[in-house]
Write a protein of this length. Sequence first.
Length: 275
Amino acid sequence: MVTKHGFLALAPQYTSTSELLSASARRRGLDVEVLPAQGGAGTALGRSGGHYYGGPVFAARVVDALEVALLEPSDDWLSTLPCEYTGRRIAMATLGEARCLSRPAFVKPPSDKSFPAAVYTSGDRLPARSELSPEVPVQISDVVTWAAEFRLYVLDGEVRAGSQYATFGRLDARRLDGHRHQDAVLAFADDFLAMCGSGLPSAVVVDIGLLTTPEHGAADQWAVVEANMAWFSNSYAADPDRVLDVVLRSAGPRRRMAERDRRFCRSIEDAHLAG
């Protein structure tokens, strides 16, 4: 039976965010189904009006049956931003090229978890050649120190929800509402989204942070940390009802996808490659 409100399909792996989103979805009249670890999309198969929350590997197995459009930023998005918004040098390369680095750098896969995102003292510290193809795309950036980091849920170019999630690299989840940096965070986000928001999906997560200058030990610049798919992001201390608004758009029915979002839709082929 199809409800007029649609439904939220969850990957089988439990997370605190999936629990919060489940409760929020039920409050607004959506059915919620935890998909089976084996056996496809469960009773969600063949239903219309579905949305998804969970990881990309599991999504690759159910994306066809659910007929959802998975929105995500492009792999090279961060490297295309003006330095005034990143506060550091960022470049796209292949894993093979990154292995030639002779300096410390922060290296990460742009959109998957094929190896740990971390500071590597040199290229030879990256995963062994036998583990991954040298053609795997990677993002290389200068090593910086973040005094505080915030997760913002963005819908149609506006921040709908937010949370601090770390201080100096340590988990430290706090509500954005009433935070001492709230006004500064939102002011930077508004300026950034006005200038660069067209390069993002209509529903997305953007992380920003306060950079420190090592020689002075003082925080002095707001900058973009990264952007991620809302359908696979930890909400931390953000309002789950507002988070759900963004999640539903970020992974909703393909037939309702806006034309502007088509270039940000993870293709079925890409979804299967992720699996």
